[in-house]
Design a protein around this ligand. Structure first.
Ligand code: NAI
Length: 329
């Protein structure tokens, strides 16, 4: 059989981690013929909870699961890692300023970036940052890993992408698989721009089919942007199963390809569309069957799209400024 792949998961006993571990071990991310070793990182105070997760993983008797590492040491968690899902992050506590939150996370992600640099399987590594502020955390991790190609780091906007697909499918009474060329631009935050201007449904322009500019601007876009808050209001807890599902989709597509279809990933900006080089910025991407992604080029941004794009771009620049002192040269 195939050699096991090492999948590191941080925050493995948290809400999202608790979903991810089981879905990855069952083969939903890397395929039903690919053995895996889960390398779980948690804070010292959560190691006991992690032990419980590990016991439950044992009890699933997953044929593909060839080992479980439980540790609070990033150097161990990332040893030989082929995949890293960076989920654990410092949540905003009461009275915490945005700047403090950025800095607390910057410290976590600089340590993890260095540990990845020194211990991960650099040549095949794929890193997905889920923990918020995800785009800026990805920037920090990547900048602290000078020996790893920055294209091997990414941040998650796939949940936003999937939320948009679901809203469009409901509006147009079609299947999510009928929808092509939808994308999220920019930051995983309320400034993200869910863009339907290029979107095609069964060969027809989604904009023409919707035929309601007001619905797009005043209903669709804010619904996608603020879906996270709506889930918290309804569930009393933040999105977890849907976030884990999106993380699986992101890594699976980044590995096996998107069959010529667009998806959304926050990736290292090469300056495309004027997104400042080096930012982790969500673009429409296509992944080929060898797992290589390309940012979709030559999309014409109309004036409205350009304005939305600039808002989210500026937010990412200001987040970057907020952690500038923690970025190595
Ligand atoms: P949670 O609080 O249930 O779990 C987080 C886990 O991470 C906890 O078990 C905690 O002990 C651990 N942790 C914290 N710092 C750590 C560190 N330095 N190293 C290792 N483990 C650490 O949170 P949940 O719901 O699982 O969410 C995790 C993160 O994902 C949050 O930052 C959340 O905002 C973010 N998120 C991002 C989404 C996206 O679309 N990009 C969607 C949903 C959540």
């Amino acid at each position: 059989g195939k050699k096991p792949l090492r999948v590191a998961i941080t925050g493995a006993s948290g809400q999202i981690g608790y979903q991810l571990c089981f879905r990855i071990a069952s083969g939903e991310m890397l395929g039903k013929d690919q053995p895996v070793i889960l390398q779980c990182l948690e804070l010292p105070q959560a190691l006991n909870a992690l032990k419980g997760v590990s016991m439950e993983l044992d009890d699933c008797a997953f044929p593909l699961l060839k080992g479980i590492v439980q540790t609070d040491d990033p150097n161990k968690a990332f040893e030989g890692a082929d995949y890293a899902l960076l989920v654990g992050a410092r949540p905003r506590s009461k009275g915490m300023e945005r700047g403090d939150l950025l800095k607390a996370n910057a410290e976590i992600f600089s340590v993890q970036g260095k540990a990845l640099n020194n211990h991960a399987n650099r040549d095949t590594l794929r890193v997905l940052v889920v923990g918020n502020p995800a785009n800026t955390n990805a920037l920090i991790a990547a900048r602290n890993a000078p020996n790893i190609d920055p294209k091997r780091f990414s941040a998650m906007t796939r949940l936003d992408h999937n939320r948009g697909l679901a809203q469009l499918a409901e509006k147009l009474k079609c299947s999510v698989t009928d929808i092509e060329k939808f994308a999220i631009w920019g930051n995983h935050s309320a400034t993200q721009y869910p863009d339907v201007t290029q979107t095609v449904v069964k060969g027809k322009s989604a904009k023409t089919l919707i035929n309601d500019e007001k619905w797009i601007k005043e209903n669709f876009i804010p619904t996608v942007q603020q879906r996270g808050a709506a889930i918290i209001a309804a569930r009393g807890l933040s999105s977890a199963a849907s976030a884990a599902s999106a993380a699986i989709d992101h890594m699976r597509d980044w590995t096996f390809g998107t069959n010529g279809q667009w998806t959304s990933m926050a990736v290292y900006s090469d300056g495309s569309y004027g997104a400042d080089k080096g930012l982790y910025f969500s673009f429409p991407v296509i992944v080929d069957k060898n797992g290589k992604y390309e940012i979709v080029q030559n999309i014409k941004l109309d004036q409205f799209s350009q304005e939305r794009f600039d808002v989210t771009r500026k937010e990412l620049l200001s987040e970057k400024d907020g952690v500038a002192s923690l970025l190595p040269n």
